[in-house]
Design a protein around this ligand. Structure first.
Ligand code: GDP
Ligand code: MN
Length: 397
């Protein structure tokens, strides 16, 4: 789960990391008061969406002279005016995709004088199974670009969880960032705070781009992107409270409410499968026969009729879906439960596209009987290959 920059900065502040003062604004009429509470002489107006690259992004229907989702203004009035212009509009960045994201919140921040822009990130490195630091002198820009063109400018190392973090790690980052004098001490302190926060709050990713050296020579976190481990949210109630559901795919959101493992993709064949491995194999075989899956969906081992019905509704709510493949191997899951769920769902939401069902395993005969007696136009399949070929043929002709 991701949170907004202004929420991430609040958390950074709680852990004692240096950030600017700022105010979040949800309604244009509150902008002037919010900006008036900040010192100036520079006010930075920042669109809050769960995507980076806002500064270089552009609004849909942008008028001449407008400049992206991060704007530097010189007065309270100007900050309020830019806030008003941003709210409710759609910002497109290289991370949002062409559809962009609607800006529902704007953060007005006390502007900083910048001497240097640096890059710092913490993440869970899946290869070493450790928390890793990534640091670069090339901050403020797209780190993927730095990685592609000048990889030697990115320094990365992991922390041994047994011995934990020490000042040595902080000095290593300071050296990588080319810091000097008092900045080194600041960096060591910052690294300790960030690491503590990262571990305590079950983060997956923390990116500060840019980390700046201010015109006064101090370190400050000018931008912050945070991602949290979804499996740990049960013990991070105050983080969960920061969730902004308008930023999430509505299908994935609905799926998470019913504890379904669902990931939206952009193909045309909706898949309902039990077991992550079988779900992946199903997606592979759909591709093998020349079509693309519209989603990954593992309904899980203990799915009820209600859960299967919800899963079916989510699949059919995707306008790209031109056919559905149900592929169930009833081990823990019983085929008759799946069949009942499919029939109930089709009766409730209707069936606008071809549906191929392949059932195998526990109670398979009862399952097939339920489907056959339902009178629904379901195409039965014998095995995985047969099922994939049948649905691809239905969709592609
Ligand atoms: P992003 O484009 O979504 O990554 O948004 P950032 O928060 O990183 O802002 C983009 C750029 O705007 C930064 O790299 C800075 O160059 C600039 N910027 C942001 N805040 C300030 C500020 O307080 N003062 C100045 N001078 N520039 C800023
Ligand atoms: Mn940034």
């Amino acid at each position: 789960m991701n949170i907004h920059e202004y929420q991430a900065k609040q958390l950074l502040k709680e852990y004692g990391a240096p950030v600017s003062d700022g105010r979040v604004v949800l309604r244009a009429e509150d902008a002037k008061t919010a900006a008036g509470e900040l010192d100036g002489p520079l006010w930075v107006v920042k669109a809050q969406i769960h995507a980076g690259g806002r500064g270089k992004g552009s609004f849909k229907e942008e008028s001449a002279g407008e400049k992206g989702g991060v704007r530097l203004t010189k007065s309270v009035e100007e900050a309020a005016e830019e806030t008003r212009k941003m709210l409710g509009r759609t910002l497109v960045t290289h991370q949002t995709g062409p559809a962009g994201k609607q800006v529902n919140r704007v953060y007005i921040e006390d502007g900083s004088g910048i001497e240097k822009e640096l890059y710092l990130a913490l993440l869970v490195d899946r290869v070493s199974s450790r928390v890793s630091f990534v640091a670069s002198t090339e901050g403020g820009m797209d780190i993927e670009e730095v990685a592609a063109n000048t990889p030697e400018k990115i320094i990365s190392f992991s922390v041994d969880p047994a011995s934990g973090l020490s000042a040595f790690h902080g000095r290593r980052v300071a050296f990588a960032l080319g810091l000097e004098g008092a900045q080194v001490k600041q960096c060591v302190q910052l690294i300790a705070k960030l690491y503590k926060m990262f571990v305590e709050r079950d983060m997956e990713m923390l990116e500060i781009n840019p980390l700046i050296v201010t015109d006064k020579g101090d370190l400050k976190c000018l931008d912050a992107k945070m991602g949290f481990d979804g499996n740990a949210l049960y013990r991070q109630k105050d983080i969960l409270a920061l969730r902004d559901e308008t930023e999430e795919d509505p299908k994935e959101l609905a799926a998470s409410k019913f504890d379904l493992n669902y990931i939206a993709l952009d193909g045309e064949i909706g898949c309902m499968v039990n077991g992550a491995g079988l779900a992946m194999a199903t997606m592979d075989i759909i591709k093998l026969y020349g079509a693309e899956p519209a989603n990954f969906l593992d309904v899980g081992g203990g799915a009820t009729t209600e859960k299967v019905t919800e899963a079916f509704k989510i699949i059919t709510s995707d306008p790209n879906v031109k056919g559905i493949l149900v592929n169930i191997f009833g081990g823990i899951m019983r085929c008759d439960v799946i069949a009942e769920g499919v029939v109930a769902a089709v009766k409730e939401v209707g069936l606008q596209v071809p549906l191929v069902v392949r059932l195998e395993g526990t109670n398979v005969e009862e399952g097939k009987k339920i489907i056959n007696e339902s009178g629904l136009a379901v195409i039965a399949a014998d095995d995985l290959g047969d099922a994939a070929q049948k649905i691809v043929k239905e969709v592609k002709g």
